[in-house]
Design a protein around this ligand. Structure first.
Ligand code: F6P
Ligand code: MG
Length: 446
């Protein structure tokens, strides 16, 4: 149940996989060690966490050594988590498929990268006092703090939007303005995943009202290589009181942007329920853990964390979110499948209950790059491959899906003939630098 093509391998020097294993992962592990040192340095000398913390540091250092020396991937120890067998069976599967023991620098990139975070997690799972410690919390927090300007702006924008919807003036009546508003909100969520936030659409209330927002939207839409947002609007515009799921990606600014999009869907009554799918443990550094949602609220509330330009706009937004959350319209639903190494080609077979739950949803939104890699199996598709071929079983799975992705890894599909060559001429890093995006909508409920 895998894509019938070779996968991106970490040995592929032309792909972003190679600098990832050679440079990026050792840096991530070094930062992890640094984080642990900082945490244990503030513990009292007699803390029971101290000896265990030191043991974890030694474990991360050993993992870094294995990684940098291109050792074979070893089975996970039985650390008590339910997914150990699953990871180890998959490792066996790859070893058999490749006819050799795969190593850090010569394995399928998707599996190797997931395995890295699972190995890190194992060190904490085996401890007594560090089980729920988030190794990447500091980094996530620092990055969020540095996006203060964009956060402030969106908070103000959101306040205007809700007030406008409530007064039932202007926007709500005009079909064209409604569509522009949807495009703006969806693009805020899309570009929230970018490395370069300058691409975020910035519409003022007046812009939208006068429909001048078209220009700003068109400008940032120019970097969206395939854009199915019109199709998605075709569905959402007629949806009333539905359920919309977000398979989340990163904490901090992206989560903030996703919550703005989600709240827009609730406030306009297109959705009655929003289901958020976070990760179970520190994942690809910045991914959302359940606790990050609460952190996001408390950081926004804390005037020493962000100095809000408009405290009342921020408070209004938080109050609104808390209300939706308290009344069960925003739900957080973890599932261990999201932190396996499986591509979503295997969702129906490896996670049938999760699949059945997602079938209940009116629309499942997959955020970000890793979700896109999993949707397409991280296989070396010709870049003009139709979306419905690239997502395999999900094309006929009974799910209605929307993938919002800024491109940070090599896999890419759905491009029109000749576009890849045009992009190569302009920018050799176009596929991985996070400046370009793709939006795919597919309705497999029909
Ligand atoms: O491109 C670097 C990388 O770590 C990829 O390996 C991974 O797919 C991606 O970034 C994660 O990005 P995102 O947070 O958008 O899923
Ligand atoms: Mg991520």
């Amino acid at each position: 149940l895998d894509a019938p093509l070779p996968f991106y391998l970490t040995s592929d020097k032309k792909s972003f996989a190679w600098p990832s294993v050679v440079e990026r992962y050792p840096i991530i592990l070094t930062q992890a060690i640094d984080d642990m040192h900082r945490t244990i340095s503030s513990l009292p000398a007699d803390s029971p966490k101290l000896p265990e913390g030191k043991k974890i540091i030694a474990g991360i250092a050993a993992l870094k050594h294995e990684e940098q020396h291109d050792r074979v991937l070893t089975p996970l120890p039985d650390d008590g988590d339910a997914d150990v067998k699953d990871y180890n069976d998959e490792l066996k599967y790859w070893n058999e498929r490749e006819g050799r023991e795969i190593t850090w620098f010569s394995g399928p990139w998707l599996y190797v990268e997931c395995y890295l975070y699972r190995r890190l997690h194992s060190l904490f799972a085996q401890s007594e006092h560090w089980k729920s410690y988030d190794l990447f919390h500091r980094q996530k927090t620092d990055t969020f703090r540095s996006s203060a300007a964009a956060v402030n702006e969106l908070a103000v924008r959101f306040g205007e939007l809700v007030r406008d919807l409530e007064s039932h003036k202007g926007l709500t009546r005009d079909a064209e303005a409604q569509k522009l508003l949807f495009l703006e909100m969806a693009q805020i969520s899309l570009w929230g995943n970018a490395t370069d936030l300058s691409l975020l659409t910035n519409l003022s209330y007046e812009d939208i009202q006068k429909l001048q927002g078209k220009e700003a939207i068109a400008k940032s839409a120019a970097n969206i290589l395939v854009n199915n947002l019109d199709k998605a609007w075709g569905f959402i515009s007629q949806l009333k009181g539905g359920r919309i799921d977000f398979v989340l990606d990163n904490a901090g600014f992206e989560l903030f942007a996703d919550l703005i999009f989600a709240t827009y869907l609730l406030e306009t009554n297109h959705a009655q329920t929003i289901v958020l799918h976070p990760k179970d443990f520190g994942w690809f550094v910045s991914d959302v853990l359940p606790a990050d949602v609460a952190h996001c609220f408390s950081q926004l509330r804390d005037s020493t964390f962000f100095t809000p330009e408009d405290r009342s706009a921020m408070d209004f937004l938080i109050e609104r979110w808390m209300e939706h959350y308290a009344e069960g319209r925003i739900v957080i639903r973890p599932n261990h499948f999201w932190t396996t190494g499986h591509s979503y080609w295997r969702l129906p077979t490896c996670a049938p209950e999760l699949h059945a739950d997602l079938q209940e949803s009116d629309l499942v939104i997959f955020k970000g790059d890793l979700n896109f890699r999993k949707l397409t199996g991280d296989a070396m598709w010709p870049r003009t491959t139709p979306w419905t071929n690239a997502i395999g079983p999900l094309a006929t799975s009974g799910l209605r899906t929307l993938s919002l992705r800024t491109a940070k890894a090599d896999v890419m599909v759905g491009l029109r003939e000749g576009l890849e060559e045009e992009l190569d001429q302009k920018d050799t890093k176009w596929a991985v630098n996070g400046k370009f995006a793709v939006v795919f909508y597919h309705d497999a409920k029909k």
